[in-house]
Design a protein around this ligand. Structure first.
Ligand code: SF4
Length: 421
């Protein structure tokens, strides 16, 4: 995979050494078992896959290069570049301004844009309407468009479904930038509706099966369906695509469920279901698949707690938290700063959507066993910061530098440190 020029302050010598070692030992990415960082009184189990993905590195490289190459120009980002506060703040500090917030609300009106201004489109992509607005302002976006190819792949998939006269069901968070962009690109080709979870899929099924008044659809799915959507006819042939960062198991369950609904409604079987239901499989990206798969493998390790690092509004990170919290106490933090002391941690509750403080979160027993991972928009440096903070609470036998040495220059010992399933 292409290598990107990402600022060195986002990298971590320890994490880079570990990732390189794991990659060298497992070129085909078959081993999802975690890496055990054994500090004696503390054992940290690090997920096999985490941190910056292709799309995020690409967006960071383009954004920082744009800032460097254009010191005299106004540089705007459509909205947050990625869902990580540190990266967004670093860009703001370099003079980059945000045109919208993550919900699409205006911060700086487009009317202020001039043709020689630069507008960077984030990795999530953007809507056709916004592309048009930028074009009307004379702003050229091609050169600074960081839309991830894995997001574009979803748009292409939706287009292929549309060509075969299926309507598109997008499994995604309706307000998320990526889902809004996918919805917009899909809606020009075919009737499109967004469902955020299984509950909404079940409600949608009631309209497919005709057990609910079609008129209620427009209120129930307000702002989630394309213009001119006809509920009586536009749900007769459907296909499902998703926001690339949804939980794989959720998308699969929703697609399977809707497939069964179509079979029931039209009396179809597996052999002729394609008449009404497009075979799309899921459209999650490789990073989401890898990171979620690595968390499932991480959870096979008996541990006292899990820490997940990432931006509170990061969709892919929230799903990693969801998986962990089903199994053990889980703390969602943005950086080591949220780990106030060995007795106090500030963390985000995804269901309550609020930050809380927990006390006495570390176990009394030794060694303490902690699972650790991060989202696709989280710099490795922040994960290393968390490791360092945790290590500082214990009188450890080993230092971070000892571990870096193990993973770089002593392959035999490094191999012993890897926890095999
Ligand atoms: S999470 Fe996937 S789709 Fe999103 S930016 Fe990263 S690689 Fe692209």
């Amino acid at each position: 995979m292409k290598k990107f020029d990402v600022p060195v302050f986002y990298r971590s010598p320890l994490i880079t050494a570990i990732k390189n070692k794991r990659k060298a030992d497992d070129k085909l990415k078959k081993d999802f078992s975690p890496t055990c960082l054994d500090f004696g009184k503390l054992q940290i189990f690090l997920a096999r896959h985490f941190g910056f993905c292709y799309g995020v590195e690409n967006a960071i490289e383009i954004s920082f290069r744009t800032v460097e190459e254009n010191p005299d120009k106004n540089i705007y980002l459509l909205s947050e570049m990625i869902h990580n506060p540190q990266v967004n703040n670093d860009l703001k500090k370099r003079g980059v301004q945000f045109l919208m917030d993550t919900k699409g609300n205006t911060i700086i009106p487009f009317s202020r844009l001039k043709p020689d201004d630069i507008v960077v489109v984030p990795a999530f992509g953007t809507t056709l309407q916004i592309e048009q607005q930028l074009a009307q302002a004379g702003v050229e976006i091609e050169k600074y468009n960081t839309t991830c190819p894995f997001v574009e792949k979803v748009w292409n998939r939706a287009q292929a479904i549309a060509k075969n006269n299926y309507s598109v069901i997008v499994h995604g968070k309706p307000q998320h930038e990526e889902t809004r962009a996918t919805f917009s690109h899909s809606a020009v080709n075919s009737p499109t509706v967004v469902v955020k979870d299984m509950n909404e899929a079940v409600e949608l099924a009631s309209y497919i099966l005709g057990t609910k008044d079609p008129n209620d659809f427009y209120e129930e799915f307000k702002e989630q369906y394309s213009e001119g959507f006809k509920v009586e006819t536009d749900l007769e042939r459907i296909g499902v695509v998703n926001q690339t960062t949804m939980l794989a198991s959720d998308t699969q369950a929703i697609a399977e469920y809707l497939k069964e609904v179509m079979k029931k409604k039209y009396n179809l079987t597996e052999s002729n279901i394609e008449e009404r239901f497009a075979d799309t499989r899921d459209t999650l990206c490789y990073a989401t698949n890898d990171n979620q798969g690595a968390v499932y493998a991480l959870l096979d390790t008996a541990a006292d707690l899990a820490i997940v690092v990432g931006g509170y509004n990061s969709s892919n990170t929230s799903h990693l938290v969801e998986l962990c919290e089903e199994k053990l106490p889980t703390y969602f933090v943005r950086s080591e700063d949220d780990i106030v002391s060995s007795k106090q941690i500030n963390h985000y509750k995804i269901h309550r959507k609020e930050e809380v403080t927990s006390l006495s979160y570390l176990p009394e027993k030794k060694p303490a066993k902690i699972l650790l991972t991060s989202g696709a928009s989280c710099p490795d440096a922040l994960v290393e910061g968390v490791i360092k903070k945790l290590v500082s609470f214990y009188n450890c036998d080993k230092t971070i530098d000892d571990l870096i040495t193990e993973f770089t220059s002593n392959p035999k010992e490094a191999k012993n440190s890897l926890l095999q399933n």
